[in-house]
Ligand binder design. Sequence first.
Ligand code: ZN
Length: 365
Amino acid sequence: MVIDLIVRQYRLPFAGRPKGAIVYLTHLPICARVVVVEDIAMTESKSFLEILQWTPEQARDYLEEIRWPNGPICPTCGAAEVYRIEAKTQRNGKPQPTRHLLKCKACKRQFTATVGTIFEDSHIPLNKWLAAIYLMCASKKGMSAHQLHRMLGVTYKTAWFMCHRVRHAMQDKTITPLSGIIEADETYVGGKPRRHPREKRGTMRQAVSLAKQSKTPVVGILERGGRVRAVPIKPITKRGVQRILRVNIDLAHSRLITDEHPVYHGISRYLPHDTVEHQQAYVMGEDIHTQGIENFWSLLKRGLIGTFHHVEAKYLECYVDEFSFRFNARKMTDEERFASALANVRGRLTWFFGQASQGEPHSAS
Ligand SMILES: [Zn+2]
């Protein structure tokens, strides 16, 4: 069974795929045909200087343009028959339109461009939101909540929530598996363990295992020259890692390259598998290496150490998503990356509010 898949040109994994290409969806017994809707991405990309000069109304206009390139659509029932609500206030005897409020003719509900997005219920002016998104998209090693708080003139707590909502928009919500030459690797993220007395530290081997216990392992898969996917996994087990690989790789059309870590033993049952012996060389043969994913780890670690300093293990996934988004959009210009993140703002992030009352949201950053 083939269904048509409407794809925004900015959706990363599909960027560059020709119209009519068949895409296999991992968990479904169907495949989908890519239908690129050309005019959706025709909205002009904006530079940071322009965005800085926008009023909240201009920012809202741009959001409407990106969200509804063919005119507003009701977020409740999907009807395209909507109209702007006239305000009751009058100037010179004429009713003044409140430009941002819309009403659906079919279901009679009122809505704005921010309903159902990460901006919903936020009191922060939209121009500050767009500036925050731009800064986060353009900063290769990330932007800390403290810096946003200073630059945008919002409180630190507000800046922290904004950052996490933007990270939510940066999540890769697609399920197309990676294919071709795949590099997989694991890295350990986290602070150095506290210094233990020698008797507790024991041998070198015990000290290394102690250090690994306090860190969070992250498994990454990279399509050589293409996309990356990374996910924290604690504890790191053979079963868990191989499950991630099998779900995210197009097994029939891929070849896997890893180091000699025991978690990859036995994966050759599912797809061709080569290993590089790092004790001997970093590149073996012509193309057996994991330098691509090492490059991603280096960006992630420099960002985590240099910008965020400390990331709680429970939020690590959000930061990994943010770095993956920027890495996957590395060939775009800053303007295009910004428009791409803005096109993904649909989907409210509410779970952070449940944790907001539990004291300081995030330690030093
Ligand atoms: Zn409606």
